[in-house]
Design a protein around this ligand. Sequence first.
Ligand code: 3H9
Length: 704
Amino acid sequence: MSIEAEASVVRTARQGGVLVVTIANPPVNALGVAVRQGLLAAVEQADAAAVQAVLIVGEGKAFIAGADIREFGQPAQPPSLPEVCNRIEACGKLVVAAIHGPALGGGLEVAMAAHYRVALPAAKLGLPEVNLGLLPGAGGTQRAPRLMGVRAAAGLMLSGQHLGAHAAFDAGLVDRVAQGADPVAAGLQYAEELLAANAPVRRTRDLAIADKAAALAELDALALETAKKTRGLFSPGKIVECVRAAVELPFDEGLARERALFVQCLESPQRQGLIHAFFAERETAKIPEAKAAAPRPFAAIAVIGGGTMGAGITVSALDVGFTVTMVERDADSIARGQANVEKVYDGLIAKGRMTPEAKAATMARYTPSTSYDAIQDVDLVIEAVFEDIEVKKAVFKELDRVCKSGAVLATNTSYLDIDAIAAATARPQDVIGLHFFSPANIMKLLEIVVPARVSSDVVATAFELAKRMKKIPVRAGVCDGFIGNRILAVYKQAADYIMEDGASPYEIDEAVRGFGYPMGPFQVTDLAGGDIGWATRKRRAATRDPKARYVEVADRICERGWFGQKTGRGFYLYANGARTGMPDPEVLAIVDAERAKKGVTPRKFTPEEIMRRYMAAMVNEGAKVVEEGIALRPLDVDVTFLSGYGFPRHRGGPMKYADMVGLPQVLADLREFAKEDPLFWKPAPLLEKLVAEGRNFDSLNKAA
Ligand code: 3H9
């Protein structure tokens, strides 16, 4: 790093008796090595110069968003952030931090090492390291409890939540809330007032923690609660240990303890998985079409269909300020559609999360209609009718008839051929797929399915819609099931094989939960309704490879009318409307009967054996999806599963998981399983190629 570059990311300038230190490291002023060096040099300069105070501010939108996450896993470069924070705190001149935007992680640690803090209205203060598998490692675990008390500090670190300016003031994190958006003006004014009042240098390290005995008792309870709530996660428990050190140890020993535990977190595979997830979620929006074309402008949206999906999509659109016209085929259906929308808002009102006035204001942007003519002026249509290609084609013919030229026509489908739907119109360049997940107003994932003839600006518009709706978009190509449901179908099949070969559905669900999923595959089937998968299996029966192994257990269950939770019975028993199912001996008898019919002698599976197969199936299909260009990169597969299918975030997604296990190991597993069933377990050529070349999936993320 040249001197000029160092100088440019941290600038110093004298304003009267104050040395203004400006961090200018776009986009978010992360604390990379040059910033750390610059900050250290600025404090040295302040101590040596004839100034009375130092003001630290950030340029651009952020104060400081934290350590530079890209440096984790690389060799450490001095000075370390703890050193920088300690030096700021030790400064003999009064140090003030003026916070006008995000002050997160290491950013808040810098602010807490300053002697006084002022926040402006757009400030956001937080210690979100836990979301990255880390803990605040630059004194945050020792300084936050001294400023805000043990319980509040632990809560801030364990939740990763951000506090606004006023909440931070109430919590004791900042000393003053100022108006406006200019941190230099607010900071200088505060510094001058402090100087005029002869305010002392006030070091956070010297503040005492009140009532240590009570604090330790609280921490005992919190340790138990955290272990229960964050099952399987590494860093939350370490955060509690650090806070305990803040109470029990002198400051410098507490810092040393924090450092040791921070390094343990840094070296954990969970940190790798979570940081991969953080960047992957930001990469998925970087698609070729967005570089090639600008989105079309849009404000008025139409949703066709008022069922669960249509209503959920409508709520998503209303929530971010769009006007929505909902179209249904008759008066009864549109009344039901409107009721489905209102039900969501009434639920929020009942929980105290929305006022009736806010509901009325939102519903004022909603127009129900039974006529397509009502949508001739809208900019974007999302069709969400029954999942049947003929029904959808008929809707698109109508859209083609009424919609203005240039309107974007989107279909919400989970597996249908969007090229065929586009071909039903005279404007296939305007037709795109938007696969929302249920409930659409809650689930973050949006698969944006790109058919062959769509134009680039329509794809860019769909990504813009996702951004405005605060969804996580993933670009997918057209195939049966796109990225998510196509891969799901394969690992679900693996689960069925494991079941028929000897493990009970309950053992499989338990193994999958043990891996970190909130639910196992058979619980998911029961929740979604067994009839849905049954319909898909019937649809695929004609095209199924006759040589492919087919497990009939689920069909036997569905034939009895046991569709899961909604019928009180599926793979599990749900007595009296219970939401948690109990194992059902009759289901086990069905499984036994099917095994006997196929001549299978059941064998034992350990949870590890179950997961090796489950994951090998998922990764292998993921590799095929990447190879065929259905997903742009492995990270798109990862984000699909993290945000739409409950894949444990700390494992980074299936492809990242495979990289961490090692692709040679995954390939060896597939080859071993292929001895039993060569058709199902045939390794993806991409996987074989990567192993032969000594590469991993991540090498494809970088190349894209
Ligand atoms: C830490 O501090 C550890 C310390 O306790 C101890 C150290 C010893 N580093 O999100 P956006 C990039 S851990 C590097 O799209 P927004 C991001 O990838 C850190 N890069 O914008 C993106 O790049 P690109 C604790 C970062 O306005 C661009 O900036 N801090 C970092 O929606 C814009 O980001 C956190 O966990 C970073 N720290 O949201 C905070 N942060 O344009 C993490 C962002 O190439 N950051 N980038 O895709 C955030 O929560 C949000 O980025 C923020 C802005 C709220 C700041």
